[in-house]
Write a protein that binds this ligand. Structure first.
Ligand SMILES: Cc1cc2nc3c(=O)[nH]c(=O)nc-3n(C[C@H](O)[C@H](O)[C@H](O)COP(=O)(O)OP(=O)(O)OC[C@H]3O[C@@H](n4cnc5c(N)ncnc54)[C@H](O)[C@@H]3O)c2cc1C
Length: 376
């Protein structure tokens, strides 16, 4: 059967496209090579009844009313505001770093280690926010484990993801207007988003290109370098190995959902899932479930999580972007297609915007691929 649009990937980018194109009366098929839908926001129930997120913790927040209205078509959200602690000198301290902690360690007249230059790498950017001793306790070890590279080799703009909390606010994203977790999980939300749309799971598009030729447009949300068969080399990614443990007798093991480990040991964080549940459900759950995450550099594209933030890979991506601009009838997008970390709300907003332009034909596919938004 022929479809106007073939969408590769049932993650947020593919599912938003599929829903909006279907709502506009277009015929669409969605393919995913995984055995489940939902891409990286998929979740599952542990045998204890506690819900865990298969590919790491996902808490939803957005400043956008239209994104919030869109996701609320498919799920009720229970209120949730993420909090993170860092294990520093044997104690759990706030993350992002509370200024009161810096004053305790460095005195009231503390200054950032770097004050007079335009930082051109992650380490200098972090040192322009805080004293070196604080950077070494909280940031350096975590970042170097996360990326498997010296902090001086990483992009300065990674620092935009955190700050020093001059008001000691312990919430990770206090300013986001809408925050929460889908009440019956992300997979259920994604299933409703894709309701009534033909979906083929366990199908790798790249091995079936001829079978799935769209009448109008192919929307590909997998890795851009894999689409081009690594013609100009592989882009680097980091992934996480996840080890999940059930503790039968515990109520809560930790004071917050996420405990960062910037110090000794290969792992970077522990997630205690019960914190993400509504309070009543969490207190009636038996025991607790904790997942330990340890970064690694995956060879298998199924484990690609974070695009690598350095100049070599940015240049490599731009070369692939050039190939994509010359590829007729294809739009390569999403976190793997645009080689960019998108928060969920950014992935949704980006797909909504691209879809509007696809439907109004106010583009050439190459143009959309070129017009990558910077979100982080
Ligand atoms: C560890 C981690 C934690 C995160 N936590 C948060 C959070 O707390 N809050 C937040 O807002 N955002 C979070 N995010 C970001 C969020 O996961 C992304 O915004 C979202 O997954 C983007 O969706 P996507 O559809 O672009 O990509 P994906 O979800 O990766 O979907 C791509 C899909 O395409 C499929 N695919 C790829 N190639 C092929 C092929 N050849 N054939 C068929 N199918 C294919 C894949 O199987 C996959 O299902 C997190 C990301 C990571 C990595």
């Amino acid at each position: 059967m022929k479809f106007n649009y073939v969408i590769v990937g049932s993650g947020l980018t593919g599912a938003v496209f599929a829903r909006l194109l279907t709502d506009a009366g277009e015929s669409v098929v969605v393919l995913d090579r995984r055995a489940h839908l939902g891409g990286n926001v998929a979740d599952e129930k542990h045998s204890s009844g506690i819900r865990i997120h298969t590919y790491g913790p996902h808490y939803f927040r957005t400043v956008s009313d239209s994104v919030w209205q869109f996701v609320n078509r498919f799920s009720h959200f229970h209120p949730y505001r993420h909090q993170v602690k860092s294990l520093v000198d044997g104690r759990l301290e706030n993350w992002p770093i509370a200024e009161s902690y810096i004053r305790r360690v460095c005195g009231d007249d503390w200054r950032p280690a770097i004050t007079d230059s335009q930082p051109d790498n992650f380490e200098d950017a972090a040192l322009s926010l805080m004293p070196r001793v604080i950077y070494e306790k909280f940031v350096k070890g975590y970042t170097e484990k996360q990326w498997g590279a010296p902090a001086r080799k990483l992009a300065a703009q990674l620092c935009k993801r955190f700050d020093v909390r001059h008001d000691d606010n312990p919430l990770l994203t206090p300013k986001a207007k809408h925050q929460g977790i889908p009440a019956d999980g992300y997979t259920a939300m994604m299933r409703r988003m894709l309701d009534g749309i033909p979906l083929r799971l366990g199908v790798d598009y790249l091995s079936h290109r001829e079978e799935f030729r769209p009448r109008k447009l192919l929307i590909f949300t997998g890795p851009i370098d894999e689409y081009f068969d690594y013609e100009i080399g592989e882009l680097a990614y980091r992934g996480q190995r996840r080890e999940t443990t059930y503790v039968a007798e515990a109520g809560f093991a930790h004071p917050s959902a996420q405990i960062n480990n910037p110090g000794d040991g290969a792992h970077i964080r522990d997630i205690e899932w019960k914190h993400l549940m509504p309070q009543r459900a969490a207190s009636s759950a038996n025991g607790t479930v904790i997942t330990r995450e340890t970064p690694f550099s995956p060879d298998d594209p199924q484990h690609y999580e974070y695009p690598f933030p350095d100049e070599i890979n940015r240049t490599g991506f731009r070369a692939y972007q050039g190939l994509a601009e010359d590829e007729p009838g294809v739009l390569i997008c999403g976190r793997l297609g645009e080689y960019l970390y998108f928060d969920m709300d950014h992935a949704i907003a980006r797909a909504m915007e691209l879809c509007k332009r696809v439907l109004t034909r106010s583009h050439q596919p190459g143009e959309l691929t070129k017009d990558r938004v910077a979100t982080s």
